[in-house]
Design a protein around this ligand. Structure first.
Ligand SMILES: [Zn+2]
Length: 600
C-alpha cells in the first residue's frame, strides 16, 4: 500500500491514547502527521504579488463585559475551534496537515506562512482567480479529501445509479466517503468498539460498515473520532462554566456537544435558534456550509465562530423589528402573510473564527436545512466588527468613488452598509416563501432559486430602509447611506458568469436601475437618481416576487437572460475604473484572543 488516506490515518489516531493537541502559540501538531516530502514550490516572484494585494485585519473586540465563567468558556471554545480548524484543513486537502506541520517547522518562510494562513491550506487563490499549490503537494481536485482520491463525479454518479439505495449515506451532508478496503473497514469498526457512544448514537452503522462494498460512508464523528471527542468535551466544559450565568447558552452547548457525536444537529440547532441567551457570548459550532464541496455541493465543512454580543446595537435592532409586519405589508405582492417579530437576530463582534468561517463574512443566517428552518426558524448573527471595519470600508469606498460622479462619491458610509446587510438578512424572512401551488422555491426554480431569493432579500432591505425612514427611525442622511450601499453592492468589477448567483442578480439590479432611471451613465461615470430609486426598487421587487410565486423556471430563466446584458461601452468602462481603484483583494484576519496583540 503506497499511501494512507487522511481519513485512514485519522482513524488510527482515533484509537491512540494520545494527549490532546497543544493549543495556542500557533503550533499545530497532529498525531501521526509528518511534514516529510513537503517543500516550498513558489519563489518570491509568485508569492509577493499576492501578498502585495493582501491587507491585514486584526480583530480585538471589547470583551471587558465577560464574566469570569465566560472568560473560561472562551478558552474552552477557542480550544474547540483550533481543533475544528485542523479538521477543516484536513477536509479540504489530503496533505493539508502535513503542510501545516511544514509551515510550523519553517518560521523563516514568512511569505509561505502568510499564504498558508490566507488560504487555510497549501492551495492559493491567485490574482487570476485560479487555485494552485504553493507547496509540493498534489493539486486540488473536486474530491478534496471527502471522497476517495482521484474519484470523479462520473464514477460516483454511475455507482449511485447502479446502487440507488446507497445515495442517502454516500451523499449525506456529514459523511466522508472512503474506499471499502479491509483496512478502512476494520478501523472504522475498531472506532465503534473503542467508543461505544458512537456505536449507540448511530443505529445500524455497524451492520452497514460490515456489509457495504466498494465505498464506505463514514459519519464525521467516526472518521474524525479523536478530534470530535476532544471538541465535544471542550463544549461540555464551556457549558459547565456558563451554566449559572446563561443557562440557555449552556443547554445549547451541551446539546451541540452531543450533536457532534451523533452527526445530527437538530437538538442543538433548536436550542440555538429559539434559546434566549442572556449572557455576552454566542457561537456557531460545527459543519454547516457546503461551498467547499466541488463534487456535489453536499458535504459540510467545519467551522466555529466565537462571538461577543454588542448589546446597544442588538437592542436597537430588536426595537426596529416592531416594524417588520409593516415592511411585509408594503411589499408589492398580494398576501396576508403574518410574520413573527421575535426573530432571533443579534449584533456581535467576532472574538475568533475557525475553519470555514474564518475571513471577512459580514453575517450568518443558519441553519440551512429547510425542515429545520420551518420548524425552529433561523438565527441571524450580524458581524459588527467586520461590517463596520474602517480598512475594509476604505477598499469598497475606493471602488464606489471610481464608479460614480464626484459629487456622490462620499454618499457611501460604513453604517449604510451595516444596515443594508442587516435588513438583507431579515429580508430572507419576508415575502414569498413558497409557490402559489405550495411547492418549495428550491424545487420549483432549481438553479435560479438562489439568485431570486438573494435579489429579493436585497430589495426588501432597501424597502425596509424607506419604511424605517418614513417611521422616523432613520434619518434622511442614513437612508441615503443605505441607498448608496445598495448601488455599490450591484456594481461589478468583471462580467459575472451565469453560475455565480450573487454577481448575476447584482448585474440584473444594475441593468434594471439603468432602465428605470435610478442610474444614469454620464461621461464614463454613474449618477444615482435618489428620487427615482425607490420606484425602481419596488418595480423590480414586484417582478421577483411574481416569478417566485409562479414558480415557473422557464419564466425565471427568460428574466435572467433579458436582464444580464453586459455592454463594453458601459459596464466594462465602470468595471475597469473599479478594477483600477483596487489596492487589496485578499485579507488576512488575525485575532487578539488567538494571535495576541497585533504585530508591529
Ligand atoms: Zn442572503
Amino acid at each position: 500500500m503506497r499511501t494512507l488516506s487522511l481519513a485512514f490515518s485519522l482513524l488510527l489516531a482515533a484509537c491512540a491514547t494520545a494527549p490532546a493537541t497543544p493549543m495556542g502559540g500557533g503550533e499545530h501538531e497532529h498525531h501521526g502527521v509528518s511534514s516529510a516530502g513537503i517543500a516550498a514550490s513558489w519563489d518570491a516572484s509568485r508569492i509577493e504579488p499576492i501578498l502585495a494585494r493582501t491587507q491585514r485585519l486584526h480583530l480585538s473586540p471589547d470583551v471587558s463585559a465577560l464574566t469570569a465563567g465566560e472568560q473560561v468558556a472562551v478558552r474552552e471554545l477557542i480550544a474547540a475551534g483550533e481543533r475544528m480548524h485542523q479538521l477543516y484543513m484536513a477536509q479540504r486537502h489530503p496533505q493539508a496537515l502535513a503542510a501545516a506541520q511544514f509551515v510550523a517547522e519553517h518560521p523563516e518562510l514568512t511569505g509561505v506562512r502568510d499564504l498558508f494562513r490566507l488560504n487555510a491550506g497549501p492551495i492559493a487563490t491567485t490574482l487570476d482567480n485560479t487555485r494552485e499549490p504553493f507547496l509540493t503537494v498534489s493539486p486540488e481536485t473536486p474530491a478534496r479529501n471527502m471522497y476517495p482520491a482521484g474519484m470523479t463525479r462520473a464514477t460516483m454518479d454511475a455507482f449511485i445509479a447502479a446502487h440507488p439505495e446507497r445515495r442517502e449515506t454516500l451523499l449525506d451532508d456529514r459523511t466522508v466517503v472512503v474506499d471499502a478496503t479491509e483496512e478502512n473497514r476494520a478501523h472504522a469498526l475498531m472506532v465503534l468498539d473503542h467508543h461505544p457512544v458512537l456505536d449507540t448514537l448511530h443505529p445500524g452503522l455497524r451492520a452497514r460498515l460490515q456489509s457495504e462494498q466498494t465505498y464506505l460512508a463514514l459519519p464525521y464523528s467516526v472518521a474524525y473520532a479523536h478530534d470530535i471527542l476532544f471538541i465535544s468535551e471542550r463544549l461540555s466544559a464551556a457549558a459547565d462554566v456558563v451554566e449559572s450565568g446563561d443557562a440557555a447558552f449552556a443547554r445549547y452547548l451541551r446539546l451541540r456537544a452531543r450533536d457532534l457525536l451523533a452527526d445530527d444537529y437538530e437538538g442543538g440547532d433548536a436550542a440555538w435558534v429559539t434559546g434566549e441567551f442572556t449572557g455576552n457570548l454566542n457561537a456557531q459550532i460545527g459543519s454547516y456550509e457546503t461551498y467547499d464541496d466541488a463534487m456535489y455541493g453536499v458535504k459540510t465543512f467545519f467551522s466555529l465562530s466565537l462571538l461577543v454580543r454588542d448589546r446597544p446595537r442588538s437592542a436597537e435592532l430588536q426595537e426596529s423589528l416592531q416594524f417588520l409586519q409593516r415592511v411585509e405589508d408594503s411589499l408589492p405582492y398580494e398576501s396576508d402573510r403574518e410574520v413573527r417579530s421575535d426573530i432571533p437576530v443579534g449584533v456581535y463582534n467576532i472574538i475568533a473564527d475557525f475553519g470555514q468561517a474564518r475571513g471577512t463574512n459580514t453575517a450568518t443566517i443558519l441553519p440551512n436545512e429547510a425542515y429545520l428552518a420551518r420548524q425552529y426558524g433561523r438565527t441571524i448573527l450580524m458581524r459588527g466588527n467586520i461590517l463596520l471595519d474602517e480598512s475594509l470600508f476604505q477598499e469598497t469606498q475606493r471602488a464606489f468613488a471610481a464608479a460614480v460622479i464626484d459629487s456622490q462619491a462620499n454618499d457611501l458610509t460604513p453604517e449604510g452598509g451595516f444596515y443594508r446587510t442587516l435588513w438583507h438578512e431579515i429580508g430572507h424572512y419576508l415575502g414569498v416563501d413558497q409557490t402559489a401551488d405550495g411547492r418549495d422555491l428550491d424545487a420549483a426554480l432549481e438553479d435560479t432559486a438562489d439568485l431570486l431569493e438573494e435579489m429579493k432579500a436585497d430589495l426588501v432591505s432597501l424597502t425596509s430602509a424607506r419604511i424605517l425612514n418614513q417611521q422616523r427611525r432613520i434619518t434622511d442622511a442614513q437612508l441615503r447611506g443605505i441607498y448608496a450601499s445598495g448601488i455599490r453592492r450591484v456594481l461589478q468589477k468583471s462580467r459575472p458568469r451565469r453560475e455565480q448567483p450573487y454577481q448575476t442578480m447584482q448585474l440584473i439590479q444594475w441593468n434594471w436601475y439603468m432602465d428605470h432611471g435610478a442610474l444614469r451613465f454620464e461621461n464614463g461615470r454613474l449618477r444615482i437618481d435618489y428620487r427615482r430609486y425607490p420606484e425602481a426598487v419596488t418595480s423590480l421587487l414586484r417582478e421577483v416576487l411574481a416569478i417566485q410565486r409562479a414558480g415557473d423556471r422557464a419564466r425565471a430563466n427568460a428574466f435572467v437572460e433579458r436582464w444580464t446584458t453586459w455592454r463594453p461601452e458601459l459596464h466594462e468602462v465602470i468595471a475597469q475604473r473599479m478594477r483600477e481603484s483596487e489596492r487589496t483583494r485578499f485579507t488576512i484576519v488575525t485575532y487578539e484572543a488567538l494571535d495576541g496583540p497585533q504585530p508591529r
